[in-house]
Every structure is written in structure tokens, then in C-alpha cells.
Design a protein around this ligand. Structure first.
Ligand code: GLA
Length: 403
């Protein structure tokens, strides 16, 4: 992303220079899906792609926000006082939620802000474009209003903005990965207590990691996501009725063998399937990190495949397009492939032999297109660092650029 160009766009829109710029990355989750609100493990990494936000203070208490990614929305305005969710505000509800949460923790926001957003993540494809908007806003506001919050606290604040303001009951994975990412590393995060380890994402010379976008926009993802969460909660409630499980705080406190022993007490068969996926994917995540550390990429790939099958058959969040894309990857010789993120469309992640990548992409595209009439888009995974403030070009650089 050309920051000089973004600065010029800011001046064009607001008639004054930007004073701050923050960046927060998107993420790709390698394995551990829908485990993050069940006290389990996830294994995401932050991407090089993400959201940039430029800002300058205003004299009044209004926020004016514009995004180069949503030019049709124009400049959207809201007031800091009496702030609440407004469907007409579209994407601006994400930064608005972050403002609301800063006020909720008692931060003093004495004036409003002009904001310009721009991102290089494809929107709404399971790579956490919304979390990156929230976390970029959070890092920016911490700096502008001098609020004492750690990166982890900002991730939690951004999650609350999504849960409470936007009504999406997501877990902590996306905001945590965006805030806490490290270049060339994936994060093994235990969502039960936020303890985490950075694991070098080293597949060796022979393999590459690809993201493939179905280019099928996710449909009804939020309502189905909240429904899956409710199903997991129903399973947990049934399990807790067993005297020896009274103290169970989350599904992932059970291992697969324990769950198999008690599964029958979960009354609703769908809730039972959802819980089985969660418990098994937690185990697969820990196993995947172990084999990756040992350099066993074939075993890592097998675990990705098993995760997809479980998300397809037990958790039912893959859908026709993701299944077609992942099946095409399997048929074309992927070492491992699975959907990533919330599913219902969006992206898949794949481990492919480096010397077969070009051929692989052609074969996958042809098979996927034959089945869905859509073309997938491939991205190489570049694992970047977490959210941070950046430097703006100085004014002479800007004037130089205009000349
Ligand atoms: C979305 C949510 C995350 C997580 C994943 C599924 O990305 O925001 O919290 O639950 O789905 O693993």
C-alpha cells in the first residue's frame, strides 16, 4: 500500500493533512476452527495484508469516516455522544463500536476525529477484514488519546466492539491474531486463558502455503455463526447435567475420549455433532503444531484435511463453494487443504508442493470453475507482524509528490 498516496487522499477528502496512521493485519487460521469460544486452541497467523487508517483530530465531537474500499458509502458521520449501532452506517459500525468501547472503559475522548481507511484484504472472505478495521482503530485511538491498554487488552476491546456493538458473538481469535501477530510465525493461542506461543511457520523449501478465495460472498454468515455458538452452548449445558461434569466451563476441557463417553447426554443430535467437531478440532490443533515443529508437513496436511471434513460433516459451515474448492485442491494433489475462518463461503488454506504450484493452480481453477462457474483467486501467504502505528511521509515528501 502506498502511504504517500493514502496521505494525499486524506488531504483531498478532509482538506488538511493526516497526523497519524495505524495498520492492523488480517489473519489466516491454519487450524482450530470454532474452538475459540469453546475454551480451545487456535493456530492463526497475521498476514501482510490488512487495513490502514489515517487520522487527524477535529474540533467538535463528530467522527467523519471514509473508506477507499467502499467509495459508494462516501463520508459517513457520527457523533461521539449517544453512539449506538445503526444499520445504515454499514462498515462504519466497526470503528464506531471501537469508539464506544473506549468510552466504556472510561477513556477520555474530548474531541472527534477524521478517519480515512484503506485495505488490501478482500472484504468478507474469512480473512478478518472487520477485525483488522477494529484493531487498527483501537491502536490509533490508544495513540491519539493516550490510553493505557496493552495489545492484548486492545484485542479484547475490539472483540467487545464486535460482540456488543455489532451483535456478532465471535471469539477472540481474529482480533488477537491481528493485534499480536509476529512475522514468519503462527500463534498457538489457548483461548481459555490467552496464553500463547509463537511457532515458526517454516514449511521448508519443498512446500508453500496458499490462500484460495472461493469468490463466493459469505451469505447469512453472522446469523449462522451465532446459531452455531448457541448449539455449542446447548451441548455444554447438557454435559454439565452429568454430576461428574458439573464444573465443566467449556467444551474443550473435554478430550475426544471423554466426549465420546458422554456424548449421548447431549439431547439434540445436531448440538452433539457440533460439540464433537469442537472437541476433535482442538485435539487436531495441538497435534498439528506438534508435527509442524517436527517438520512433518505430510502429517500437518492430513490434519488440515480432517479438520475440513469435520467442519463439513459435523459443524456444517463449509457450503457448496468451499467444498468444491477444497475437493479440487485434494484432487489436484494438495498436501492439505481446508476452509479457514467462519466458512459459509470465503477462503480456504492449502499446503502445496512448491514445484507443483503453477500446475496446481490451473487444475484447481479448472475443476472449481467447471463445478461453480466461478474462478478462485490465489494469494501467497506472507506472514506479517501485528497491529502498529506507522510513520507518515513528511510534508516536503508530499509536496514533492504533488509537483
Ligand atoms: C470467525 C470468528 C472467530 C472464530 C472463527 C471460526 O472468524 O470471528 O472468532 O470463531 O470464525 O473459527
Amino acid at each position: 500500500m502506498d502511504i504517500t498516496q493514502l496521505s494525499l487522499s486524506f488531504s483531498d477528502v478532509f482538506g488538511e493533512p493526516a497526523q497519524h496512521i495505524a495498520f492492523a493485519p488480517g489473519r489466516v487460521n491454519l487450524i482450530g476452527e470454532y474452538t475459540d469460544f469453546n475454551g480451545g486452541h487456535v493456530f492463526p497467523c497475521a498476514l501482510g495484508m490488512g487495513t490502514y487508517v489515517l487520522a487527524a483530530p477535529r474540533a467538535d465531537r463528530a467522527v467523519h469516516a471514509v473508506s477507499l474500499n467502499f467509495p459508494d458509502s462516501g463520508v459517513v458521520c457520527f457523533d461521539l455522544d449517544g453512539l449506538c449501532f445503526d444499520p445504515a452506517r454499514h462498515w462504519v459500525n466497526y470503528p464506531a463500536g471501537v469508539f464506544a468501547e473506549f468510552m466504556h472503559i472510561g477513556a477520555s475522548l474530548p474531541h472527534g476525529v477524521n478517519l480515512l481507511f484503506a485495505g488490501d484484504l478482500p472484504n468478507g472472505t474469512g480473512l478478518s477484514s472487520s477485525a483488522s478495521i477494529e484493531v487498527a482503530t483501537a491502536v490509533l485511538l490508544r495513540e491519539m488519546f493516550n490510553v493505557q491498554q496493552s495489545q492484548t487488552e486492545l484485542a479484547l476491546l475490539a472483540q467487545r466492539a464486535e460482540n456488543r456493538f455489532n451483535g456478532m458473538n465471535c471469539g477472540i481469535m481474529d482480533q488477537f491474531a491481528s493485534a499480536m501477530g509476529r512475522a514468519n510465525h503462527a500463534i498457538l493461542l489457548n483461548t481459555a486463558d490467552l496464553s500463547h506461543e509463537y511457532v515458526p511457520l517454516d514449511l521448508g523449501e519443498a512446500y508453500v502455503l496458499l490462500i484460495a478465495n472461493t469468490n463466493k460472498q459469505r451469505a447469512l454468515a453472522e446469523s449462522k455463526y451465532n446459531q452455531r455458538r448457541a448449539e455449542c452452548e446447548a451441548a455444554l449445558a447438557d454435559l454439565r447435567a452429568v454430576p461428574s461434569l458439573h464444573g465443566l466451563r467449556a467444551l474443550c476441557e473435554l478430550d475426544s475420549a471423554d466426549f465420546a463417553r458422554y456424548a449421548d447426554v447431549v439431547v439434540d443430535p445436531l448440538a452433539r455433532q457440533r460439540a464433537r467437531h469442537v472437541v476433535d478440532d482442538n485435539a487436531r490443533t495441538l497435534a498439528a503444531v506438534k508435527v509442524l515443529r517436527a517438520g512433518d508437513i505430510q502429517a500437518f496436511g492430513q490434519l488440515l484435511n480432517a479438520s475440513h471434513v469435520s467442519l463439513r460433516d459435523d459443524f456444517a459451515v463449509t457450503g457448496e463453494h468451499l467444498d468444491a474448492l477444497v475437493q479440487a485442491a485434494w484432487d489436484s494433489g494438495a498436501v492439505g487443504a481446508r476452509m479457514t475462518g467462519a466458512g459459509f463461503g470465503g477462503c480456504a488454506v492449502m499446503v502445496v508442493r512448491a514445484d507443483e504450484v503453477v500446475d496446481f493452480k490451473h487444475r484447481v481453477s479448472a475443476q472449481y470453475h467447471a463445478q461453480t462457474a466461478l474462478e478462485p483467486t490465489f494469494y501467497e501467504v506472507i506472514v506479517g507482524a501485528g497491529a502498529r502505528m506507522l510513520d507518515l511521509p513528511n510534508s516536503s515528501e508530499l509536496t514533492g509528490n504533488i509537483k
